[in-house]
Design a protein around this ligand. Structure first.
Ligand code: NAD
Length: 461
């Protein structure tokens, strides 16, 4: 049975899907490693067969070029599936632990088990990858899954619904398309785990709903991710890597450098190098460039235009309203009181703050919500250590941007206001598994000292 592609889901229908999945889960079919591997192979095949349509949908919804769409969406999905197929057997094995002296004769281990039926809610900025990467973890761990893609990228939502609907039964994997109402109905369901990616504000709504049923959650949220360029940085290389991270998907990346903190002595050199890097990657008129991305919709476009009134425009600042495009823009003379410094920017606008004393930077960042990512450009191991050990953030890079998200060997996630929990590679498997602690006692002998007996305190009974 396959699901219809686009439809208005009613709450009773959503309840029915969740009920079907919970029932199917109890059949134990999803538990064997061979079943999980077969489903991952199937998913890979489904993505392969629809690859062109996926790339076309990403272009329609976000103007993503094929290269960007492949490297930041489809390619990452293949990488996750391949690694999971290779390592799954090992990950599913129980993990032995040491035996305490008081427990002599017994054995202890951690036994991973699936949660059951999981709910995955995704945002629009990497609308394919942010559905598929958690889904791979959910399948690997042996769960069934209900998936809600973002309504703001309808072409991608539709292709995900088709791909899953054509290859999987809804009692195992189901895509429920829709917006706020559908999401709210889903959050009332008695699922066993919720994996949410989106804004910090909606993350609070999700956690509140989950709390009502004590459903465990992973929250992959957003925030303002700082990028520090110290006086001893390799400025030219830093500029290229900052431009790469900030203007990919026109800044609509949860871990994009939100703002720059640059040491006063290297600011002119850095600004010049950023301009050169922008022109190298996107030419002198990026707004007209077909492979330069667009802002997802009019609401976000207008929200971003309002930021252009803050400080002064040092570079860029041009836009095209009908195309929803804004050129890479550098803002100067910005302070923390400006609106551009209040919320996550999520667009191609980069405010530049300067500093003399690194301690002030550390203090200011620490007095704001904990960022999802942090980037530090410096050649000094002491400064690298000082920054990474004195600021709390989800994850980040030294002398690079974004790349920490692209390796399956590092867990990806936020902390505090930027989220809780993490995933990718084995960490996805762990996220979607409950690790049971099991102690197996010996019957060969019985130490009596734990029993309530007035005699025989240390010996055997
Ligand atoms: P969003 O929070 O508005 O929406 C995310 C999902 O939640 C969508 O599917 C949406 O339909 C649903 N939703 C929206 N309002 C809801 C509500 N009141 N109740 C229940 N569900 C609701 O986020 P967005 O605008 O789609 O995405 C942008 C945000 O996501 C940014 O803040 C960005 O930093 C963050 N993000 C984080 C990561 C990460 O991995 N940490 C990745 C991508 C995006």
């Amino acid at each position: 049975m396959s699901l219809p592609l686009v439809r208005e889901w009613t709450e009773p229908e959503i309840e029915e899907i969740v009920k079907m999945q919970k029932q199917y889960y109890t059949s134990m079919e999803t538990r064997s490693v061979s079943f999980r591997r077969a489903q991952l192979q199937r998913l890979k095949e489904a993505v392969k067969r629809s690859e062109e349509e996926i790339l076309a949908a990403l272009y329609k919804d976000l103007n993503k070029s094929d290269v960007e769409a492949f490297t930041s969406e489809v390619g990452l999905v293949y990488q996750e599936i391949n690694l999971t197929l290779k390592r799954l057997k090992k990950w599913t094995k129980p993990k032995r632990v040491k035996t305490a002296l008081t427990h002599i004769g017994s054995k202890g281990w951690l036994q991973p088990e699936p949660y059951g039926t999981v709910l995955i809610i995704a945002p629009w900025n990497y609308p394919f990858q942010l559905v598929m990467a958690p889904l791979i973890g959910a399948i690997a761990a042996g769960n069934t899954a209900v998936i809600k893609p973002s309504e703001l990228t309808p072409h991608v939502s539709k292709i995900i619904a088709k791909l899953i609907g054509d290859f999987f039964a809804p009692s195992y994997l189901a895509v429920i398309e829709g917006g706020l109402e559908v999401s709210q109905s889903l959050l009332k369901q008695p699922v066993d785990y919720i994996f949410f990616t989106g804004s910090t504000g909606v993350g609070k709504v999700v956690m509140e709903a989950a709390a009502k049923q004590l459903i465990p959650v992973t929250l992959e949220l957003g925030g303002k991710s700082p990028c520090i360029v110290h006086k001893d940085a390799n400025v030219k290389l830093a500029a290229k890597r900052i431009v790469f991270g900030k203007f990919m998907n026109v800044g609509q990346t949860c871990i994009a450098p939100d703002y720059l903190y640059v040491h006063r002595s290297v600011k002119p050199e850095l600004v010049q190098a950023i301009r050169e890097a922008v022109e190298l990657f996107y030419g002198t008129d990026p707004v007209q460039l077909d492979r330069y991305g667009k802002i997802v919709n009019g609401k976000h476009f207008n929200r971003l235009l309002a930021y252009l009134k803050d400080g002064s425009i040092l570079y860029g600042g041009t836009y095209n309203e009908s195309l929803h495009k804004i050129a890479p823009t550098l803002l100067d003379k910005v302070s923390w009181a400006d609106s551009v410094m209040q919320d996550e920017i999520f667009g191609p606008i980069l405010p530049i703050l300067e500093y003399e004393d690194l301690q002030e930077v550390i203090h200011t960042i620490n007095s704001h919500p904990k960022p999802l990512a942090l980037y530090a450009f410096t050649d000094s191991p002491e400064i690298q250590e000082r920054i990474t050990s004195s600021i709390s953030f989800g994850g980040g890079c030294i002398n690079d941007t974004l790349m920490h998200i692209a390796t399956p060997h590092l867990p990806f996630g936020g902390v505090g206001g930027s989220g809780m929990g993490s995933y990718h590679g084995e960490y996805s498997f762990q996220t979607f598994s409950h690790y049971k602690s099991i102690l197996k006692q010996t019957n060969l002998f019985d130490l009596s000292f734990r029993y309530p007996s007035s005699k025989n305190k240390l010996g055997l009974i």
